[in-house]
Design a binder for this molecule. Structure first.
Ligand code: HEC
Length: 123
C-alpha cells in the first residue's frame, strides 16, 4: 500500500486539474501548428529570429493584447511583418497560448473572447 500512495496521489492530482489543463494543452498544440505555418519562416522554430531581419521573440515582453493585434494586423516598423487577416480569434488565442507556454513558461490559456476584445481596441 505504501508504494501505491504516490501513484494514487498522482492519479487524483491529474484527474482534478485535468479539464483546464487539457484545454490549455489543446490550444497549445493547435497553436504550435499555426506558429509553424505562419510565423516560423521568419522568427524560426526556437523563436530566435534571423539576425537583423527578424527580431527574436524569445524574450519579447509584448502583452497578449498587443500580440493579438500584431498577429492580426501585422506591423511596419524598421522591418515588415505581414498581417494575418484570415486568422480567426480562436486561432490567435491558440497561437498566444502556445507562445506564452513556449517562451513565457506560463501554462495559461488566453481565451478567444479576450482576443476579440483586444482586436476591437487595436491602435
Ligand atoms: C515575413 C516575416 C514575418 C512573419 C511571417 C512573422 N513575423 Fe513577427 N515580426 C517580423 C518583423 C520584421 C518584426 C519587427 C517589426 C518592426 O517592429 O519593425 C516582427 C515582430 C514581431 C513581434 C514583436 C517582437 C517585439 O518584442 O517587439 C512578435 C511578438 C512577433 N513578430 C510575432 C509573430 C508571430 C506570432 C507571427 C505569426 C503569426 C509572426 N510574428 C510572423 C517578421 C515576421
Amino acid at each position: 500500500m505504501k508504494k501505491l500512495a504516490p501513484l494514487l496521489i498522482a492519479f487524483f492530482f491529474f484527474s482534478c486539474s485535468s479539464k483546464e489543463e487539457i484545454t490549455q494543452q489543446q490550444y497549445s498544440i493547435e497553436g504550435m501548428g499555426l506558429y509553424k505555418t505562419h510565423c516560423e519562416n521568419c522568427h524560426q522554430a526556437d523563436g530566435s529570429g534571423l539576425r537583423d531581419l527578424y527580431p527574436s521573440i524569445q524574450k519579447s515582453n509584448v502583452s497578449p493584447e498587443v500580440l493579438a493585434c500584431l498577429i492580426k494586423n501585422g506591423k511596419k516598423g524598421n522591418g515588415f511583418m505581414p498581417a494575418n487577416a484570415k486568422l480567426q480569434a480562436l486561432d490567435i488565442a491558440e497561437l498566444i497560448t502556445f507562445m506564452r507556454e513556449r517562451w513565457g513558461g506560463k501554462k495559461q490559456i488566453f481565451p478567444a473572447d479576450s482576443v476579440k476584445l483586444a482586436l476591437k481596441n487595436c491602435p
